[in-house]
Design a binder for this molecule. Structure first.
Ligand SMILES: Nc1nc2c(ncn2[C@@H]2O[C@H](COP(=O)(O)OP(=O)(O)OP(=O)(O)O)[C@@H](O)[C@H]2O)c(=O)[nH]1
Length: 490
């Protein structure tokens, strides 16, 4: 889970603020204090935290507000914006281009997760239909060749390396030339992360860089180091032209907020984050999506990507029913089976509005899901297909299912709770998503609409969203998120 603790603390502070009967300066001050404390605990630089606090307070200057403004919404929006600003590097990373070679050189200290991340990125692009290849130019660490080769084999990405060649520059050049000649589009070069001396490491990096002239140098950074990330990023950038950063190990590390904000402060865009050891525990980093997930607001864009990359959008019947708010236990079983194939559940669940800070997010989703699948295997067809299984559940059914699956009645109850959450999420989708820009316009607060550049700006945004989700059902618009018509996640 991405920074669960930080997210739930900030979301908690916001929630307490919105629950107050009157929203005045005192209430906002308390919320700002709590948010600051949560950020500092996540190792965000103290000075930056003070700045954020000041900006939030300035942004919610009640005295300057015209009457009738919804203070709760305003405060929420200001906090959201300031968190996004904290993660904004202000620079755009290199965007690979289809149909031509895009060479990425990975740099980073040993143990940062560089080799794993090379594989994750190759796999990420391969799943999206790009022709990706991996080159091992780490000749210093004895096991590096085998590690990358085995990783590459696991995700079925072509690999280039040499057991015998000791010159990293030579291998990098040969590997990249080979992949270029075979019309590979994403060519990823893993370089060494350690040397006897730091200078030797930086010299080697520079030599590989000079020869390859990569399209982008990606600096891989361990998120667990918190705000110390700033010095590391600056040191690497002083040697090679680092274009972007991938922050790893954001799963379960309390200091992740510090690392992310520190990197942004160096004006290096973060492109992806690593969320576990699995090759698909890897997500594109986009500040607004990230903050939405952090605060438990869900992330439609990320969800759309997952839906698409796992072919869920190609199950029209299911999608049609989901968008009508119909969701049976069998549907949940099918989806859990699909999701099990993808590694940890946590990163998927946090994309669901309302599930982000749920009981499932903290625990190891995989293990819990296995138990749930055992339990569902002991249900009858009538139970699995019932439009609302909770209506027919009673003590004797629960006891029968528990006995049949070898689990406890409490675990059957927990499954029913999770089912309720899924059902709630999907029923919220029902009929909520507008099908065209005009409908959407009516739903949006006029001040926010103004910020979006008025009706024209919003239509532009809708068009962008349509093209983003366009391949998912052919009908266009976010209403097609799940391939069906009319639904949405509001
Ligand atoms: N929890 C977690 N572990 C990760 C993540 N990324 C990598 N790791 C683990 O971190 C450890 C080091 O990763 P490597 O990929 O071998 O690191 P490296 O930077 O290539 O190391 P050198 O080759 O020695 O330079 C491995 O155990 C990885 O499984 C992540 O996002 N989350």
């Amino acid at each position: 889970m991405v920074l669960t603790e930080l997210g739930s603390k900030i979301a908690g502070a916001l929630h307490r603020m919105t629950e107050s009967t009157v929203i005045d300066e005192e209430v906002v001050d308390q919320m700002v204090k709590e948010i600051g404390k949560a950020l500092i605990e996540s190792d965000v630089n103290v000075r930056l935290v003070f700045e954020i606090q000041k900006k939030i307070k300035k942004g919610v200057d009640f005295e300057a507000l015209p009457p009738g403004v919804n203070k709760r919404k305003l405060v929420q929006n200001v906090v959201f914006d300031e968190l996004c600003n904290m993660l904004d590097s202000g620079k755009e990373p290199y965007r690979p281009k289809k149909g031509r070679p895009n060479v990425f050189m990975f740099v980073g200290l040993q143990g940062s997760g560089k080799t794993t991340t090379c594989t994750k990125m190759a796999y990420y692009y391969q799943k999206k239909g790009w022709k990706a290849g991996l080159v091992c130019a780490d000749t210093f660490r004895a096991g590096a060749f085998d590690q990358l080769r085995q990783n590459a084999a696991k995700v079925k990405v072509p690999f280039y390396g040499s057991y015998t060649e000791t010159d990293p520059v030579q291998i990098a050049r040969e590997g990249v030339e080979k992949f270029k000649s075979e019309k590979f589009e994403i060519i990823i070069v893993d370089t060494s992360g350690r040397h006897k001396q730091e200078k030797a490491l930086f010299d080697e990096m520079q030599q590989v860089y000079d020869v390859l002239q990569p399209n982008e140098v990606i600096f891989v950074l361990d998120g667990a180091i918190g705000q110390a990330a700033k010095d590391q990023a600056i040191a690497f950038r002083a040697t090679v032209d680092v274009g972007s950063v991938i922050v790893t190990k954001l799963d379960g590390h309390a200091k992740g907020g510090g690392a992310l904000s520190a990197v942004a402060a160096t004006q290096c865009p973060i492109t992806f984050v690593g969320l576990g050891e699995h090759f698909d525990q890897f997500q594109q980093f986009e500040k607004m999506s990230f903050v939405r997930r952090l605060l438990g607001m869900g992330d439609l864009r990320g969800l759309a990507e997952v839906v698409k990359s796992h072919g869920l959008d190609k199950q029209p019947e299911l999608m049609e029913r989901l968008t009508q708010g119909l969701f049976s236990m069998r549907d949940m079983r099918d989806q859990m089976t699909n999701m099990m194939k993808m590694g940890s559940m946590a990163s998927i669940l946090e994309m669901f509005p309302g599930l982000s800070h749920s009981q499932l997010s903290d625990a190891d989703g995989q293990e819990k899901f296995k138990v749930f699948l055992f339990i569902m295997d002991s249900m009858t067809d009538a139970e699995l297909d019932h439009p609302d299984i909770r209506k027919i559940m009673n003590a004797s059914r629960i006891a029968r299912i528990a006995k049949g699956s070898g689990r406890s009645s409490r675990e059957v109850g927990a499954l029913m709770d999770v089912f309720k959450q899924f059902q709630k999420t999907f029923s919220r989708m029902k009929g909520r998503m507008p099908r065209n820009p005009q409908d959407m316009q009516k739903m949006i607060d006029p001040r926010i609409l103004k910020q979006m550049g008025g009706a024209g700006g919003m239509q532009n945004m809708m068009r962008q969203l349509t093209s983003q989700f366009g391949g998912m059902g052919g009908m266009g618009g976010m209403g097609d998120l799940f391939g069906g018509g009319g639904g949405g996640m509001g």
